[in-house]
Write a protein that binds this ligand. Structure first.
Ligand code: GLN
Length: 489
């Protein structure tokens, strides 16, 4: 580190929020260039241990930081995220930067364009530090399916950071970025946020453009932010949300000031606690933390009542049919011709397709392509895929019924605290069960926020999931702030 570059710790003494950092940068007291350089120093020191970043986009980051500093020096306000160092999950594309989606099959692929969410961050002044490790094609719950090695949990390096966005959550928890952008198909934003003790946002389906997100299951995929506190996460959602002509499923619903909305208290909000989420299989310590979160909301003036979500028990099989069916179609494009990796040892075109896919995809991705192809095949479509779509509809209706009675629903995010590396890799079904509390909201299209609500006796983080109606992110943020204010960390 050059002598002028302050160590990154000097910027992160508490309280240090996104708004405070930005104020320092716009006033010129903090240089965006120093901040970025400080973060790169930190990444260089910590990354070998945690394997969080797959690639760095230093040139682009430093150019942007210089631009921000120049604007600030002229007294011009360089955007809501002026100079804020942000990491990007490697399923979102950035012009000219490697985009691997954690897979060998994309090795060497450099997309020529930016994802809309990434472009919006940069337009608001954010400094894009690099690309974050994740499970291959975002398939996994522990980040152990990455072709580039697992990410380690910054809280306990023998444990997983959650998945598929392990790098995304670990980056903020280990202060290797102020905030990050990731994706959630069945829990990949919420579960790693819970495992690493940070705040993750699942926006309503259609709230944030999917343009430039490498597809896993298109009817479930969402892009969302992660930060160290709820207000920062709300600010970032405000930047990336909104209609995008490049994504036909993106919504034209108005984007509100989520950060301001999150400032409103929770008094008189009605909170639902579904018994199905506090049943067998829930670790007692996680239950204890979740109940403490609920008590904190009651103490702030919320009324808490039970709600019934009886179809929850079908959510895992439903999700793993819909998600694998869509994945099998989306991943058909990786043929050894158009992107990245190509097998060298093939004599015919058909063999080249087969070898490239065999060598390029990992075991979990292949398992899902097989499952999905099977569920969509002529003889089984009605029994599996169609049935799963019907159950999906029931799950969505059930949520709407519950939201007629309550403003938000709170549940644990995952049934356990972060588990040990290797603990579940031999048993895919045990791994799939880690998603039991997150896949229902994915199937229903509703929004949510995961917020820390305590720690186990071993000091492992536990996060609470706050769910709200479609396009009611504001209420989810308010409730999450209520849990955060209680400070039960
Ligand atoms: N763990 C879930 C899966 O493996 C969810 C992943 C995700 O949300 N991308 O499919």
């Amino acid at each position: 580190m050059s002598s002028e570059v302050k160590p990154v710790e000097s910027y992160v003494e508490t309280p240090q929020t996104l708004a405070e950092l930005r104020a320092g940068i716009t006033s010129g007291a903090t240089k965006a260039a120093d901040l970025a350089a400080g973060y790169y120093e930190r990444i260089a020191a910590v990354n070998p241990r945690l394997n969080v970043y797959l690639s760095l986009t230093k040139e682009r980051a430093l150019e942007q930081a210089a631009r921000v500093d120049e604007l600030a020096a002229k007294g011009e306000v360089p955007g809501v995220l002026a100079g804020i160092p942000v990491g990007i999950k490697d399923v979102l594309v950035m012009r000219g930067a490697p985009a691997t989606a954690g897979s060998k099959i994309l090795q060497g692929y450099h997309p020529p364009y930016d994802a809309t969410s990434v472009a919006r961050l940069e337009a608001a002044g954010a400094v894009l530090l690099g690309k974050l490790n994740c499970d291959e094609f975002a398939m996994g719950s522990s980040n152990e399916n990455s072709a580039y090695g697992p990410v380690r949990n910054p809280v306990d390096a023998e444990r997983v950071p959650g998945g598929s966005s392990g790098g995304w959550a670990a980056a903020v928890a280990a202060n290797m970025a102020v905030a990050t952008l990731g994706s959630d198909t069945g829990g990949s934003i919420r579960q790693p946020a819970s495992f690493c003790g940070v705040v993750g946002v699942l926006p309503t389906y259609g709230r944030v453009s999917r343009y430039g997100l490498i597809a896993f299951a298109s009817s479930l995929d969402r892009v969302g932010p992660l930060a160290a506190n709820v207000r920062d996460a709300a600010t970032i959602l405000g930047v990336i949300a909104g209609h995008d002509p490049k994504d036909a499923t993106s919504s034209a619903a108005a984007v509100i000031d989520y950060a301001a909305e999150s400032d409103k208290g929770v008094e008189r909000l009605r909170i639902g606690a579904p018994a199905e989420y506090f049943a067998e299989g829930l670790d007692p310590e996680v239950r204890g933390c979740s109940e403490e979160g609920i008590s904190a909301l009651e103490a702030e003036g919320c009324t808490v009542k039970p709600v019934a979500l009886p179809h929850t028990k079908y959510a895992i099989p439903t999700y793993y049919l819909v998600a694998t069916a869509e994945a099998s179609a989306n991943l058909a494009r990786f043929d050894g011709v158009r992107y990245g990796y190509r097998s060298a040892d093939s004599e015919t075109l058909a063999a080249m397709y087969a070898h490239s896919r065999d060598q390029g995809f990992g075991a979990e991705v292949k398992r899902r392509i097989l499952l999905g192809t099977y569920a969509l095949s002529a003889g089984y479509y009605d029994a599996y895929y169609l049935k799963a779509q019907q159950v999906r509809r029931l799950l969505a209706k059930e949520y709407l019924r519950a939201f007629a009675e309550v403003d938000a629903i709170v549940t644990p995010t995952a049934p356990t605290a972060p588990f040990k590396l290797g603990e579940k890799t031999g048993d895919p079904l045990a791994m799939y069960l880690a998603d039991i509390y997150t896949v229902t909201a994915s199937l229903a299209g509703i929004c949510g926020v995961t917020v820390p609500c305590g720690k186990t006796s071993a000091g492992l983080p536990v996060g609470m999931q706050v769910l709200a109606r479609h396009f009611d992110e504001g209420t989810a943020f308010r409730v999450a702030r209520g849990v955060e204010r209680a400070g039960i960390l």
